[in-house]
Design a protein around this ligand. Structure first.
Ligand SMILES: Nc1ncnc2c1ncn2[C@@H]1O[C@H](COP(=O)(O)OP(=O)(O)OP(=O)(O)O)[C@@H](O)[C@H]1O
Length: 266
């Protein structure tokens, strides 16, 4: 496997450690010998064409999918099932449409037995963090796509996970909303310092967001490159460094002959 950076050490301190993970769905090898070590508070993007196993890898970390071979750990403990230490945000919002924004945000903490004062504090804190404090009594169906995705992020954060897993969370949004949410997500990440694993098809999105970009290819799904994104924060999408990094990654895809539908600026 070619890498731009040396892999992190195999440390129990890794927030996420993926060791020789393979996933088979019947005859299909969806992931082949994936090794990846993610340090606490890193922002990682999984980037690659459709079918390269990005969601499968995220689901292994979430505990929804069990590796056929190899193992996945968080802070040295084997991942065997989903848990509140790992929050998930999906492309299609994943909100309960019959609950208001407030009740969606409070859902996880309520299950854990938080009292009504705590629930009020949680709803206030996270609705404010995502700019929805005036929409706490709205239902998801009354919100725009971007607002629904903000609510989904607030709901995931309300459980106070160490790790936030996001599966193409902005893929269904228009370009302007998508850029705003990318900026808001970075502000939240800098405030909350979660370990963040973010799936995307977009090179530009990965370059804007990530500390490390995991370049994957399909058939079978595997990691082709791990790129350290050294562009200083705060980042500027119109800076030369941004374009150069997009081009570097584009060339990695072309080199692998598997560029798929990823393009700088997408
Ligand atoms: N539950 C399943 N049963 C059988 N095959 C599956 C299952 N889930 C995924 N696959 C297959 O595994 C491969 C990897 O799928 P996965 O969804 O992880 O890729 P992806 O990179 O996230 O794709 P996309 O970008 O289109 O969402 C694909 O060929 C897919 O069809």
């Amino acid at each position: 496997m070619a890498t731009d950076s040396q892999e992190s050490s195999h440390s129990d301190a890794a927030a996420i450690s993926i060791q020789g993970v393979e996933v088979r769905y019947g005859e299909l090898l969806a992931l082949q010998k994936v090794n990846l070590h993610i340090q606490p508070r890193e922002f990682i993007c999984l980037l690659g064409p459709s079918g390269c196993g990005k969601t499968t890898l995220l689901n292994v970390i979430a505990g929804f999918v069990h590796p056929t071979n190899g193992r996945a750990l968080t802070y040295g403990r084997a991942i065997e099932e989903p848990g509140p230490d790992r929050g998930m945000v999906f492309q299609e919002y994943g909100l309960f449409p019959w609950l208001t924004v407030r009740k969606n945000i409070q859902y996880g903490p309520k299950l854990k037995g938080s009292c009504s004062t705590e629930l009020d504090e949680i709803a206030n804190k996270y609705s404010k963090m995502v700019g929805l404090e005036r929409f706490c009594d709205s239902y998801p169906g009354q919100l725009s796509g971007g607002m629904r995705q903000r609510a989904a992020i607030a709901r995931a954060l309300a459980n106070q996970p160490n790790i936030l897993l996001m599966d193409e969370p902005f893929g269904a949004l228009d370009a302007m909303t998508r850029q705003s949410l990318q900026e808001e997500l970075l502000q939240i990440w800098e405030l909350e310092r979660k370990t963040l694993v973010f799936v995307t098809h977009s090179i530009a999105e990965a370059v804007f967001l990530a500390d490390k970009i995991i370049v994957m290819s399909a058939h079978p799904g595997r990691i082709e490159h791990i790129v350290d994104n050294t562009i200083a924060r705060p980042r500027n999408r119109t800076a030369d460094a941004h374009f150069q990094m997009c081009r570097h990654i584009e060339l990695l895809f072309q080199g692998a002959g598997k560029c798929g539908n990823t393009r700088p600026g997408e």
